[in-house]
Design a protein around this ligand. Structure first.
Ligand code: AMP
Length: 199
């Protein structure tokens, strides 16, 4: 599982690490965004919270992840990006994993300084339908709210997983490849690893 504030590079690293580990990267933000662009009822419900920089309510998010974890490609392991984001979600995740016969191997907390986060997010562009655009929730006022939400609701997960002996802190400043190398080392994986396992 990858833990860290918005802009820490979780999405980028999730893709690289999941590829190296041979497991799917499961990003709740990506699933919500796909639902928003598809205009599904879940997307319409989530959009209001996302645009405000707030968290989508736990009940909606937990049910969505539970379904995703039960899909066939997650049977051999997976990497979670952006979930859980509250203690309640973490507790529900533990229940779902027990039901599925899985456990968490490691939680990587990406550590970055806040000035760097604001700079990264305000200049970030993403591709939507072939066009380079700024995410609605990367606007400065929404970024501030997302960082506040992170500090209040998500940062406590660091202590939660530290108490379970699962936490490894990773310096997420610097070039992407260097962060990947630190993350792989924290997972106890050689750079060319291909074996599955839940992270
Ligand atoms: P992300 O792409 O991870 O930055 O997520 C974008 C937005 O999706 C967040 O600001 C939340 O509004 C929503 N979101 C993503 N993951 C979660 C989660 N685990 N719990 C609640 N809301 C979430």
């Amino acid at each position: 599982m990858l833990l860290g504030p918005p802009g820490a590079g979780k999405g980028t690293q999730a893709q690289i690490l999941a590829g190296a580990l041979g497991v799917p990267a499961i990003s709740t933000g990506d699933i919500f965004r796909a639902n928003v662009s598809g205009g599904t009822p879940l997307g319409l419900e989530a959009k209001v919270f996302m645009d405000a920089g707030d968290l989508v309510p736990d009940a909606i998010t937990v049910a969505m992840v539970k379904d995703r974890l039960a899909e066939a490609d997650a049977a051999g392991g997976f990497l979670l990006d952006g979930f859980p984001r509250t203690i309640a979600q973490a507790e529900q995740l533990a229940v779902s994993l027990t039901e599925l016969g899985h456990g968490l191997d490691r939680v990587l907390e990406f550590v970055v300084d806040e000035e760097e986060l604001v700079a990264r997010l305000s200049t970030r562009v993403v591709e939507v339908d072939g066009k380079q655009v700024q995410r609605e929730d990367d606007k400065p006022e929404t970024v501030r709210r997302r960082l506040e939400v992170y500090r209040e609701q998500t940062a406590p997960l660091s202590g939660f997983y530290e108490a379970e002996g699962l936490l490894a802190r990773v310096d997420a400043m610097g070039p992407v490849e260097e962060v990947t190398a630190r993350a792989m080392a924290a997972l106890g994986q050689p750079q060319t690893a291909g074996q599955p396992g839940a992270v």
